[in-house]
Design a protein around this ligand. Structure first.
Ligand SMILES: C[S@@+](CC[C@H](N)C(=O)[O-])C[C@H]1O[C@@H](n2cnc3c(N)ncnc32)[C@H](O)[C@@H]1O
Length: 224
């Protein structure tokens, strides 16, 4: 699974940003901005952006003066990120086995990465380990269960339009078939919240964006 995902993102890296804008009708920028508003990193804080991809979230944190480390398993995605980021440290690595010592970050963020992990629980445990006490985790992810009245068009969109446009623009229809099924097969919001609480996060809450198609999950590692 991990190698498959790594290959897939490496193949679509050149068209990733363009397809994000197209397939979300430009809404993805607002989703990322909202996550950073919620996480509100302060100047000088150490922020870890997991599954950073082409670095859009890392750039938003940099703009707030945070010291950002962006980690991703795909080198071609990170190479794209180097074109945008100015001060972030970009690291090739696995979000399920982080090369950082415990309690080393004030904030951990992850945009559309959790559902791509082989074991989301292991990834969440790693975020908890590397957060400093009092630190916060913020996750942005698609939901398989949006508001009821949009469910049918959303399914149709995932099954037909997303793989069609993704396939045409990236030249890799299989990748966008996978991205679409990874959304449908992912955990429901209440399941993600249960996982976060089970690992030890407190004050776990979630915000629904764009009729519940996208969710922001927030949690705190309490000071003991
Ligand atoms: C959908 S992209 C999200 C990129 C970026 N965060 C964004 O908001 O656009 C998912 C990213 O997760 C990365 N990824 C998948 N599995 C990973 C893992 N186990 N460790 C680190 N990165 C991983 C992929 O290479 C890809 O760049």
């Amino acid at each position: 699974m991990r190698n498959k995902v790594k290959t897939l993102f490496s193949q679509i890296a050149p068209r990733y940003d363009l397809l994000n804008r197209l397939l979300s009708l430009g809404l993805d920028r607002g989703w990322r901005r909202k996550l950073i508003e919620e996480i509100a990193p302060s100047p000088g804080e150490r922020v870890l952006d997991l599954c950073t991809g082409t670095g859009d979230l890392a750039v938003l944190c940099e703009k707030r003066g945070a010291q950002v480390v962006g980690l991703d398993i795909s080198l071609p995605m990170l190479k794209r990120a180097t074109r945008k980021t100015s001060r972030s440290l970009l690291v090739v690595g696995d979000a399920e086995n982080l090369p950082f010592s415990s309690q080393s970050f004030h904030r951990v963020i992850m945009g559309f990465g959790l559902r791509n992990l082989s074991c989301p629980r292991r990834g969440l445990k790693e975020t908890y380990r590397v957060l400093k006490p009092g630190g916060t985790l913020g996750i942005l992810e698609f939901s398989p269960s949006p508001s009821r009245w949009i469910r049918s068009p959303y399914r149709l969109y995932l099954k037909t339009i997303l793989p069609l446009i993704g396939g045409l623009v990236s030249g890799n229809r299989g990748a966008y078939d996978h991205l679409s099924s990874s959304i449908e097969e992912f955990l429901k919001p209440e399941e993600v919240i249960k996982e976060m609480e089970g690992i030890g996060f407190s004050r776990v809450r979630h915000l629904k964006l764009t009729m519940g198609t996208v969710i922001i999950y927030l949690g705190t590692k309490e000071e003991k």
